[in-house]
Each structure stands twice: as structure tokens, then as C-alpha cells.
Design a protein around this ligand. Structure first.
Ligand SMILES: [Zn+2]
Length: 369
């Protein structure tokens, strides 16, 4: 009897488990984003959630722009809680970095990055892990970044949005100024275009692995002369180093970022010319411009967090600009003194929302009590 009972219960467990599995299939589709998970698990007032969702939608829809390196203060201590959304131009190969610091108490920050041409209805939200989010850029063009702290977080904090190279620089001790021939430059009297960049350095300068991976082959042939091919284990890209004076690695070898692979020279069709490295990147889709992958860039230092200004009205005749600077277009001019909410501060520029729902950037001197 006991054994029969046991079998019976086991069958029930198996049946229940199977049933659950099947029920989970549609659930998984909705669970794909951190945002929708959060929305479904939120147990507070519906009105708070409705406001949270609508501020996300208006951040997605606005036309605000920022540059490639930004440090700003996010004021979540407003009467209304806001999401902020900014567009920025990214190139394939850029590593996008989004960082938050100074949150008290610590809170979740949701980040959505919409690629060019993405349906903005399909949010693929993520959460800043340990205050940081990085993302490799696959498609060149205007990307939209939307940032929103969780419901109930009522304080200011600092944020950075910037890009970094996604690989190491291929020539030891050299930098952007040594790249003197770019992607697409005409070759052989217009017969072909340059499928890489040239980095100039004295003969013998070490060339290094731009990423962890393995050497697929080395050789001495054709236009490239002495050459090394490195393959990336993660992205599956091939990195091509040409015109070397000497090769200091061999096919099949595992390498780490920064390992020396050879020395700068002028072999192949560079013979007789200045010594340089020709560097190319070949993805599964073909050759791509290596410059955004390797260009070195500085990061804005963390400043002290800006204080929420006391003046929360804008003066009559204020231009709302699409970005934090006079180089950005004027979206509209506000011809009356009007109360505003202040969402962020980029130095002396403030992202504001007017009482009638317009968003834009104004200079601090346009704010008054
Ligand atoms: Zn070249």
C-alpha cells in the first residue's frame, strides 16, 4: 500500500511539474525584461505605477540629445518621479558605459538602450549591476538611452554616460594621433578602399594582442607582408596585423590582451615607405572600421553632485534646447514665466520639464524663484 501511495504521489508531482512547465511558456515572454518583471512584482499603489510608466513613455518619446561623454546629476527628488531619455550617436565598436553613483539609500536603476530603428514599444530593460552597465555597440547610428530609478527613490545621484574602446590599442605606447590613414581611404588610384587603419611607429615597436584569443595563422605574403591573424573567442572577430618587421608568435597559440605578437616594420606593399602597422577587423559580416573599436578617449571626472536649484521657474523668453549647450537646436521658446521641474544638471545646463509638459535644456541663469 505504501509503495502504491508513493508511486501515486510521484505521478502527481511529475504531472504537476509538467503542467507548470507548460504554463510558464507564455510567462517567459513577458519576463524577458527587468522592467516588466519589476512592474508585475510591484505591490504599491496603482497610481504610482501608472505615473512610473507614463514618465518612461515620455522619456522614450522626447527628442533630447547628449554628446559622447557625459557626467550629470539626476534629481529624483522632484514632486513627480521622472525617467530621463537621451539620444547619442554611437558607432559599431564603441563600448557604451552607463554608471551611477551616490545613491542613498541604494536603489535599482533601470536602463533601456534602443538601437537605431528599434521599436521603442519593445523595451529590453536591464538593471545597473554594481552601479555600472556596459554594452558593445553592434549598429552605428542614433541610440536612445532611458534611465529610471525604481519607484520611491527620492534623492539625487550622479550619472555618467560615455563610450570606451572595446579592444586594446594594437601598438604598444601609441595612441590616436599615430593613426594617420583611416578606413575607406582610396588605394591603388581608387581601385580599392582601405579596409583598416594604419598606425605609424618606429621600426621594432611591439604590436600587441587587442583581446584574449588565439592566433589562427601567421605568414609572409602578398600586400600585407609579414602578418598575424588573431581570433577573438567571444565575438568571433578576426584581427589582422600586417607589414610586420618580425613575427613573435605562431599559429594555434593562445594569447592574452597585451601579449606581444610581433614588431612594427614595412614589409609587403609598404616596402620602402614609413614603418607602420596596418590593422584590420573582420567580422562574420565582413571588414569593419576598426577606429571606433580602438580609439582612446578620456572619461569625465566625477564632479561633486549639483544641488537642486532654488529657482523653479523659467524666465519668459527662454529657449528650450535639444541638448546641454548652445550648439544644440532650439526646440521651442517659452514666452511666459512658468514653473518647471528640474530633472538633471549637466554642468550649468539643466534638463527641465515645463508645467505644460515640454522638455528641453536651459542654462542655469534662465531659472528664477
Ligand atoms: Zn593600411
Amino acid at each position: 500500500m505504501y509503495i502504491i501511495k508513493r508511486i501515486f504521489f510521484t505521478l502527481i508531482i511529475i504531472f504537476t511539474a509538467t503542467a507548470c512547465k507548460e504554463l510558464k511558456i507564455p510567462g517567459k515572454i513577458f519576463e524577458s525584461s527587468e522592467r516588466s518583471k519589476y512592474e508585475r512584482s510591484f505591490s504599491g499603489a496603482d497610481s504610482l505605477m501608472a505615473q512610473w510608466k507614463s514618465s518612461f513613455s515620455s522619456a522614450v518619446a522626447n527628442r533630447l540629445m547628449v554628446g559622447e561623454s557625459n557626467a550629470f546629476t539626476f534629481f529624483a527628488n522632484q514632486p513627480q518621479q521622472h525617467a530621463v531619455g537621451y539620444s547619442l550617436e554611437l558607432k559599431k565598436g564603441d563600448q557604451l558605459v552607463i554608471e551611477a553613483s551616490g545613491m542613498t539609500p541604494p536603489a535599482k536603476i533601470f536602463v533601456d538602450v534602443f538601437e537605431p530603428g528599434t521599436d521603442t514599444g519593445k523595451a529590453k530593460s536591464e538593471i545597473l549591476e554594481n552601479g555600472k552597465f556596459t554594452r558593445f555597440t553592434e549598429t552605428s547610428g542614433l541610440h536612445k538611452v532611458v534611465i529610471q530609478p525604481e519607484i520611491g527613490y527620492r534623492n539625487s545621484f550622479e550619472m555618467k554616460i560615455y563610450t570606451q574602446p572595446s579592444i586594446a590599442f594594437p601598438v604598444a605606447g601609441k595612441g590616436n594621433r599615430d593613426v594617420q590613414s583611416f578606413w575607406g581611404a582610396s588605394r591603388d588610384g581608387g581601385g580599392r578602399s582601405h579596409e583598416g587603419v594604419d598606425i605609424f611607429a618606429p621600426r621594432g615597436t611591439p604590436i600587441v594582442a587587442v583581446t584574449d584569443g588565439f592566433i589562427t595563422r601567421t605568414g609572409n605574403q602578398g600586400l600585407g607582408g609579414k602578418q598575424v591573424w588573431l581570433r577573438d573567442g567571444i565575438l568571433g572577430n578576426s584581427y589582422y596585423y600586417a607589414h610586420l618587421d618580425s613575427i613573435l608568435t605562431e599559429g594555434g597559440r593562445q594569447v592574452k590582451t597585451g601579449d606581444t605578437l610581433g614588431r612594427i616594420g614595412n614589409t609587403g606593399n609598404a616596402a620602402g615607405g614609413p614603418t607602420h602597422l596596418h590593422f584590420g577587423i573582420y567580422t562574420t559580416g565582413g571588414a569593419v572600421d576598426p577606429y571606433p573599436y580602438l580609439r582612446k578617449r578620456s572619461i569625465q571626472a566625477s564632479g561633486t553632485a549639483a544641488k537642486l536649484p532654488e529657482g523653479k521657474w523659467i524666465k519668459s523668453g527662454t529657449n528650450l534646447r535639444s541638448g546641454p549647450g548652445t550648439k544644440y537646436e532650439i526646440l521651442s521658446t517659452i514666452n511666459t514665466k512658468m514653473p518647471v521641474e528640474i530633472l538633471t544638471a549637466f554642468g550649468s545646463w539643466y534638463h527641465i520639464k515645463t508645467a505644460d509638459g515640454k522638455q528641453g535644456f536651459v542654462q542655469g541663469e534662465r531659472l528664477q524663484k
